[in-house]
Design a protein around this ligand. Structure first.
Ligand SMILES: [Mn+2]
Length: 423
């Protein structure tokens, strides 16, 4: 019995054949255009193949909002099925060979089986995520008034112990990082001490850090508000930088794009964290109002381009030692999650490719001469380049789909897994 429907590689190849001629035409036209800008298109294709991003296990179902959720047929019933869906996204986009697990949501009784399943599918595990923002059944102490920063020692100890358990599970599946996001904060002035809560949080981080394996990284993720509406313990990059500096070298700051107030210059934050050697990675998504968890680049593609631009500069200066974790953190309420994640991977490839096209020499020269118009036009020249044939060629050469969403739809994937998973 077939446990899970998967898109056949022959089917994928057949679909690619239908559009490969048009792709080659578009690709060579772009190649000629880029050659006039002294850019070798093949080199960009090669560089783009190194861009990989992790799929969040929680993004494969319809997460919903606080007002409700509208489940889609065929949602994964367990973590193995989440891996199956991730493998399909990776098969088509060749950009998502990584999964980021969330504990306790992804708990299972056989982690070596989980690791084997991932290996079979060509997947491995990115950062593990702990959860002390909600209470679990049978839990001794409540996180209602906070977790790692809670005024009560017993609650903090429970939250630390949970993070240690997450690290232990991560070791079993071959992960090398843990992401700690806390919802701690207060809704009313006077409810908690602004200074003591931060001290307690850092002390708890120290406890987790002590258990961190030598080759692991710990990411701390800040967020300005929500669920706390007056004061959040780890609200901003400054607090995160302070905490990570105090805790240790392997403690880095994670930037979730949605975790900024409107108008925040995120690329400037990124540049500062790079300067401090404290940028650990990203939770990629987009937002219009607050932490909306919308599809990456759906609202502010130019902002994402400017962020990627900073990363490419840092990569040029620091070389191979500049390694970051790229993880998607989105919620899918309206879109088919698999389709949304395919779309996300394609958007990220596209924006990354645009950032790779930037003429750094020209930009630096314009900056040195205070040539504002030319500097901005240099950014726009790269950003406005239609890179879709380039990214499609990169996917095709890596064995993926020229038109991933088209192949996904044509395969009837959702309908087939809906039938299997209903059984
Ligand atoms: Mn996040």
């Amino acid at each position: 019995m077939v446990r899970h429907f998967a898109i056949d590689d022959d089917f994928l190849e057949k679909q690619n054949k239908k559009v490969v001629r048009a792709l080659k035409q578009d690709f060579s036209a772009l190649g000629r255009k880029l050659a006039r800008r002294k850019i070798d298109i093949d080199k960009i294709v090669k560089k783009l193949k190194y861009f990989k991003v992790a799929v969040p296990s929680w993004g494969l179902g319809t997460g919903g909002t606080r007002f409700g959720s509208f489940p889609l047929p065929g949602q994964p019933r367990d973590v193995l099925e989440k891996l199956d869906d991730t493998a399909t996204i990776n098969q088509l986009t060749r950009a998502t060979p990584l999964v980021s697990l969330h504990i306790p949501w992804d708990k299972t009784d056989d982690y070596s089986a989980l690791k084997r399943h991932a290996k079979k599918l060509g997947l491995s595990f990115d950062a593990m995520n702990s959860n002390t923002f909600e209470d679990q059944p049978g839990q001794k102490h409540s996180y209602k008034y906070g977790s790692l920063s809670n005024a009560a020692k017993a609650v903090r100890e429970q939250a630390v112990a949970h993070n240690l358990e997450v690290i232990d599970i991560g070791k079993k599946v071959g992960s090398k990082a843990v992401t700690v996001w806390i919802a701690d904060g207060s809704n009313f002035p006077g409810q908690d001490s602004l200074s003591e809560s931060f001290e307690r949080y850092i002390e708890s981080l120290h406890q987790i850090y002590k258990a961190l394996p030598e080759d692991w990284t710990m990411f701390i993720e800040y967020k300005p508000f929500e669920p706390a509406f007056y004061y959040t313990v780890l609200a901003d990059w400054g607090s995160a930088l302070m905490a990570s500096t105090e805790v240790g070298e392997k403690c880095k700051v994670l930037v979730d794009l949605g975790h900024h107030l409107p108008g925040t210059n995120i690329e400037a934050i990124v540049a500062r964290l790079i300067k401090a050697g404290k940028l650990g990675g990203f939770h990629l998504n987009d937002n219009h109002y607050a932490d909306d968890d919308l599809t990456a680049a759906s609202i502010y593609p130019y902002r994402l381009f400017r962020i990627f631009h900073e990363l490419i500069i840092a990569g040029k200066i620091q070389g191979r030692k500049f390694q970051l974790a790229y993880m998607i953190d989105q919620s899918h309420n309206l879109k088919d999650p698999v389709e949304a994640l395919i779309q996300t991977a394609m958007e990220l490839q596209n924006i990354w490719a645009k950032a790779l096209l930037l003429d750094h020499k020209k930009l630096r020269s314009a900056q040195r001469n205070n040539d504002v118009v030319m500097a901005e036009m240099t950014l726009k020249e790269a950003f406005n380049t239609d890179t879709r044939s380039l990214t499609a060629m990169a996917r095709r050469e890596a064995g993926g789909a020229i038109d991933p969403v088209g192949v996904y739809r044509e395969s009837g994937y959702r309908k087939k897994i809906a039938k299997q998973r209903a059984a």
